[in-house]
Design a protein around this ligand. Structure first.
Ligand code: GLN
Length: 296
């Protein structure tokens, strides 16, 4: 049997199904979706193309490439890392080794920030927004996409992350409203900002080894590790914020499980007033804590 006849038995549909079954057997939670994305990536097909092209057969090279990606996924690499792309707030974002894979949980930070600005009537103004530790730029770029008059200032200690974020801004047509600053949290910024957001590293160092392999082996440690109690980044960044916020300005941060009381206390100690209870993510976990510098 020739190589092409051997692979003639594998259609787009059967490749997708076989891979989904293997991923499912390995305990993958999103096996169907992952299989569709991986086979689609090799063949250059979106969802519609996968359906209309379901019966086309794979060449040997395509089958080999599907197998290579299947092995990476089976070894615990997230699909977003394999593809180098993740959807966040409806925006397609490129990733790099220096950036977290943006999580749906982080959309809670966006929701809280937009609620606060809209209640305040601020959303129509030419806001100045800062995102401390921007990574892929996910939070800042989503905010800029919602607030057409706003200008964003994003910091990161990693030059590679800032390059990734600025490429994302360019791809989304947002470059003119974004400024990139290489520094630790807010240390390289001068105020005043109407809104500061951050999803800093917040996992206690000792907990990292117990995280899922997708996270512990593939997200950058610097974006996860919050020190002994997980709160190091909040201590550093919240103390910068009171001086960077305009009177009436808001700070919204993502938090890890059980951190809301401590983070609210740090905000209060820096002169910020909590703006209500933390906002929960889709899993019901308090995920976004917000505070406000009192208006003069
Ligand atoms: N949300 C990530 C996780 O739980 C952590 C991200 C962070 O530390 N900011 O794996």
């Amino acid at each position: 049997m020739s190589a092409s006849a051997e692979h003639g038995s594998q259609t787009v549909e059967s490749a997708r199904r076989t891979l989904a079954a293997r991923l499912k057997a390995a305990g993958s939670e999103a096996a169907e979706l992952d299989a569709r994305l991986l086979v689609g990536a090799v063949l250059g097909l979106d969802l519609t193309g996968m359906v209309t092209g379901a019966r086309r057969t794979l060449t040997k090279d395509e089958a080999d490439r599907v197998e290579a990606l299947a092995r990476r996924r089976l070894a615990g690499e997230p699909v977003a890392r394999i593809l180098g792309i993740k959807e966040f707030w409806g925006l397609s974002l490129q990733l790099s080794a220096a950036t977290l894979v943006p999580r749906p949980d982080t959309e809670t930070v966006l929701e809280r920030a937009l609620e606060l600005l809209r209640t305040d009537g601020a959303a129509e103004r030419a806001l100045r927004i800062a995102d401390l530790g921007t990574g892929s730029g996910a939070i800042l770029l989503a905010l800029l996409s919602e607030l057409p008059h706003a200008h964003g200032f994003a910091t990161d200690i990693s030059a590679e992350a800032l390059e990734t974020a600025s490429r994302n801004a360019a791809a989304l047509g947002l470059s003119e409203r974004a400024t990139w600053i290489e520094c630790d949290y807010g240390s390289g910024l001068t105020g005043a900002f109407d809104l500061i957001v951050s999803n800093p590293p917040y996992i206690p160092s000792a907990d990292i080894a117990g995280l899922d392999i997708e996270v512990r082996a593939h997200d950058p440690r610097a974006a996860l590790d919050g020190g002994a109690d997980g709160l190091d980044a909040y201590r550093a960044l919240i103390s910068h914020c009171a001086g960077l916020l305009t009177p009436g300005g808001f700070l919204v941060v993502e938090i890890g499980q059980g951190q809301s009381g401590d983070v609210e206390a740090l905000m209060t100690a820096s002169g910020l007033s909590p703006t209500g209870p933390p906002k929960a993510d889709l899993g019901g976990v308090p995920r976004a804590v917000s505070g406000r510098r009192l208006p003069r």
